[in-house]
Structures are given as structure tokens and as C-alpha cells.
Design a protein around this ligand. Structure first.
Ligand SMILES: O=C(O)CCC(=O)C(=O)O
Ligand SMILES: [Fe+2]
Length: 366
């Protein structure tokens, strides 16, 4: 009798990925499989599907809840209504930026026509909403010479630049903290943990995520990370949230430090929003898959309003906050269009350049 194989798609992730790749490569792939192995695959896929459905449902409930809390919050504190309103003109955008950012962005060719002739709107003019909505399909291009004046090299693939005004930073973290306090002091609505109130898309600030993504992160990444992270492509997905820490952690500021990790992103933007804190520096430990991996490269001390940008593969940590509260605006961005030719593991670890044969999708397996 044929010996039973050790195939176990539920327990071994590599077995599951192996089969998914096989189904894509061969017609009638399962024709040579034994029935128990097919069943193991079927079960593992069903488990995964159940996981997706559960998370989809939970997330949708959470998002609806946050939306209704936000509405209540704005009713109770109408003074925040203006803050969450999408800016309708470039002057509103200038007001939330650091003047050095204004200088680099609005002197760039793409905006110059309007700057030169403030009173004349031509078809070439780009509105704030064009940028926020991503209607301008071609990415905004910022002139290299101005970016060079604006952006400072920190280490390896890490750069920093002044981006948001101090006033705006302070308003942003106060806004998010106020919603969290509102939830904490209103037992009727506090049926989800307060830490879920951090994704700006659901706190009325989707426009801010989009503005920063389309106006800042995409154009800058196109220059800094085109070959290394984007493989010649463009960023096409982002998430933006507030990370909050405290020397004296609470449920709304639960962390005192953040252990070394890489991000689920090709490129990460991190803007320090304050408040006053001691410690909380960013340490960088090299880029996974590159020669620098695991090496301590340096420490970066956050400054209010200043953005730091790095590849998601760059191992980083937030050192212990010993006093005060620390808030950061984080945006993770991906380039699904460009990076997905290889399996995620090869892509992340660059194995295709060194040892392509060892991959389940590689030549040896074929
Ligand atoms: O708070 C920070 O400065 C970094 C946060 C971070 O690395 C993350 O959320 O992935
Ligand atoms: Fe991170």
C-alpha cells in the first residue's frame, strides 16, 4: 500500500503556498495528488477563507462603529468640524505645511504655472481635489533640485525633511486623543478597544492620507526608491495611522517602546507630531535582503513636523520613552503593481538574485 505523505497544508505554510503556485502553473495540477493530500489542501484553503470572512465582517463592523462615534464626537465638539474638512484651495494646504516644504513643492514645475500667475486659472491648473482624489493619474513630479535642497540624507536608505507645521501636528494628535478620551468617558460607545481609533481614513481624515500620499510620498519615493523598492514602478496603496506612546502607558497610549521590526510596506513615512517626550528615538538596523541587514546603522532623533522616510524592509525600533507622550503619523505604502512578479518571500529577501533555485516558485521546483 502506498505510504501516506507528510503533506499538511494547514500546519505548513510552505505546503499551502506550494499548492497555490502549482495550481497556477499546471493544468489539472491535482491529478497526480492523493486524495488525503487534496483534502488537506481543501481544508487549509477553507480555513483561510473563513479567516478572511471573519476579519472582513469584524473590520466592517468596527469601521461602521468608528464612523458613528466620529459623528457623535463632532456633534458634541463642533469646533473640530473645520479640522476634518478637506482643504479646498492650495492656501489651506500651505497652512498645514512647514514653509520649507511649501518652498520645495510649489516651486516645482508642475505647480509653477499657477504660482507665476495667481489670478489666471488655466486648464493646466491642478486643484487640491485633483491630487487628493488621485484623479491626476500621472504622479505629481517634484523637481529634483528643490527636493535636494529640502531632503537630508540620514543613513543608508533613510532620509528626513521638514513637512508639517508645528501647529498642525499639535492639532492632529490632540484631535485623535480627544476622540479616544470621548470614547473612554462615554461607556455607551466604548464597546471596542480604544486603540482602534488610529486609522485616519475612518476619523474623517482620509483626505490627509491621500494628500500626503499623492503630493509627498509618491513623488519622493519615485526619486529615492525607484530602483530599490519600486522596481521602476509607482506606489499604489497606502494606510495612514497615528502611533501613540507614553512614558506612563495608558489604554490610548499603550506603548512605551516598539521592538525592532520591518513594516508591511515598500516605503514608510514617519512624521513626529510631538508632544514633549524623553527617549523615543528611532534606531535603524539595516535593510533585510541587503548587505546592511542586521547591522546597527544609527539613531535618529525625531523633531516635531519633520518626516523620516525609509524602506519598509529597513529594520527599525522606537527606543523607550522615559517621560511624556509621543505621537507619530505613520504612512505605509506599497507598490502592488510593480513588486509582485516574484513570490513575496523572494521579493522581500531578494533571493532571486542569489539563490533562485531554493524558492518554491523557482527553477529547481519546476
Ligand atoms: O512611532 C514611530 O516612530 C515608528 C512606528 C513604527 O515603526 C510602525 O508603526 O511601524
Ligand atoms: Fe515600523
Amino acid at each position: 500500500m502506498k505510504q501516506k505523505s507528510a503533506y499538511n497544508a494547514s500546519q505548513q505554510r510552505s505546503h499551502l503556498i506550494h499548492a497555490i503556485e502549482g495550481l497556477d502553473r499546471y493544468p489539472n495540477y491535482l491529478s497526480r495528488w492523493d486524495e488525503p493530500d487534496i483534502e488537506s489542501l481543501e481544508e487549509a484553503l477553507e480555513e483561510r477563507l473563513e479567516q478572511v470572512k471573519q476579519q472582513k465582517l469584524n473590520i466592517s463592523n468596527q469601521r461602521k462603529h468608528i464612523q458613528s462615534v466620529l459623528e457623535e464626537f463632532l456633534q458634541e465638539y463642533p469646533e473640530w468640524k473645520d479640522f476634518v474638512r478637506e482643504p479646498c484651495c492650495w492656501d489651506d494646504v500651505r497652512n498645514l505645511l512647514d514653509p520649507r516644504a511649501v518652498n520645495a513643492i510649489f516651486r516645482s514645475k508642475i505647480f509653477r504655472k499657477r504660482n507665476d500667475d495667481q489670478n489666471l486659472r488655466s486648464n493646466n491648473d491642478i486643484s487640491v481635489n485633483d491630487v487628493i482624489s488621485g484623479r491626476i493619474r500621472i504622479p505629481i513630479e517634484l523637481d529634483t533640485e528643490y527636493l535636494q535642497e529640502w531632503i537630508e540624507y540620514e543613513m543608508d536608505d533613510v532620509y528626513s525633511f521638514p513637512l508639517l507645521s508645528e501647529t498642525f501636528c499639535s492639532k492632529l494628535h490632540t484631535f485623535v486623543s480627544s476622540i479616544m478620551s470621548f470614547v473612554e468617558t462615554t461607556p455607551r460607545i466604548s464597546n471596542f478597544p480604544v486603540r482602534i481609533y488610529k486609522d485616519l481614513d475612518y476619523l474623517g481624515l482620509e483626505w490627509l492620507n491621500d494628500l500626503i500620499f499623492n503630493l509627498i510620498l509618491r513623488p519622493i519615493s519615485a526619486q529615492l526608491y525607484k530602483e530599490t523598492e519600486l522596481i521602476g514602478g509607482d506606489l499604489d496603496w497606502r494606510t495612514g495611522y497615528i502611533a501613540s506612546y507614553s512614558g506612563d502607558p495608558t489604554s490610548s497610549k499603550p506603548r512605551q517602546r516598539l521592538v525592532p521590526h520591518t513594516d508591511d510596506a515598500e516605503v514608510t513615512l514617519n512624521i513626529c507630531l510631538g508632544d514633549k517626550f524623553v527617549g523615543g528615538n528611532l534606531n535603524f538596523w539595516g535593510v533585510r535582503g541587503d548587505a546592511t541587514a542586521g547591522k546597527f546603522l544609527g539613531e535618529y532623533q525625531p523633531e516635531i513636523g519633520r518626516a523620516v522616510i525609509h524602506s519598509g524592509r529597513h529594520l527599525h525600533e522606537v527606543t523607550e520613552i522615559t517621560a511624556g507622550d509621543r505621537f507619530a503619523y505613520i504612512q505605509w505604502a506599497r507598490s502592488w503593481g510593480a513588486s509582485r512578479k516574484n513570490c513575496p518571500c523572494c521579493w522581500l529577501n531578494r533571493r532571486q538574485y542569489q539563490n533562485g533555485d531554493s524558492c518554491v516558485c523557482g527553477q529547481k521546483w519546476n
